[in-house]
Design a binder for this molecule. Structure first.
Ligand code: IYR
Length: 224
């Protein structure tokens, strides 16, 4: 064993009968298919335990060399939400007023997005996912992480699934550029904002675009 090897421990695979596997995979798909990105949030409160659990779930994601190159900033303060909303809207105004291409604007039209980001101040919780392209060793030397976008993307997928599993809704908001968020949150230079997710309940009157998901035939190619 090389000097830095970790001890190996037995792994007991979670296992089901084949019938049970078919049933579980079908019902998990049906459940995940009910998830929608929601823009109309209620201000109804959500206990912090749920937020903690969904973040712990996100952090079970695999990551390059197990560096876990993520930090989840959890925002509760209305003042901070107001500040972030104002800054996000300032950037988005510039995006919608010309920084995005005409085709991009057209592609977003059916989804009804715009530069007003009310959900940032209404949702009880905002989670900002930060990615760490590098860490510092004990001598303050920069140590690059690996496959950071992939790792943080996977963790964000776990986070979104955990939010849905808890019976809550979210929206993957990507204000662009996002550096103002790192500044507002006082984060160190090695952390860059990756996604902003309002978390809470949908309004009773909430509506979502009538979209369709691609069929299996459109997304999967089988090599037999
Ligand atoms: N970041 C902008 C624009 C936007 C871009 C895409 I691609 C979307 O799917 C939705 C919105 C915004 O958040 O409004």
């Amino acid at each position: 064993m090389a000097q830095n090897d970790l001890a190996q421990i037995p792994y007991k695979q979670v296992s089901f009968s084949q019938d049970e596997m078919i049933r579980r995979s079908e019902s998990f798909y049906q459940f995940m298919d009910k998830r929608r990105s929601v823009r109309d949030f209620s201000d109804k409160d959500v206990p912090v335990e749920i937020i903690n659990n969904i973040i712990k779930t996100a952090s079970t994601a695999p990551s390059g060399a197990h560096k876990q190159p993520w930090v989840f900033c959890v925002i509760r303060s209305s003042d901070l939400k107001k500040r972030i909303r104002a800054l996000a809207e300032e950037e988005e105004k510039k995006n919608y007023a010309g920084r995005m291409s005409e085709r991009w604007i057209q592609d977003l039209l059916p989804l009804g997005t715009d530069d007003v980001k009310e959900f940032i101040t209404i949702a009880p919780w905002i989670i900002v996912v930060m990615k760490k392209s590098y860490d510092f060793d004990s001598n303050g030397k920069k140590m690059n992480n690996y496959y950071v976008n992939e790792s943080v993307g996977i963790a964000s997928g776990f986070l979104i699934s955990a939010i849905h599993n808890a019976g809550l809704v979210t929206l993957t908001h990507t204000p662009s550029p996002m550096n103002f968020i790192a500044e507002a949150l006082n984060r160190p230079v090695n952390e860059k904002p990756y996604l902003l997710l309002p978390v809470g309940y949908a309004l009773e009157t909430c509506a979502v675009p009538d979209i369709e998901r691609k069929s299996l035939e459109e997304i999967a190619i089988y090599y037999k």
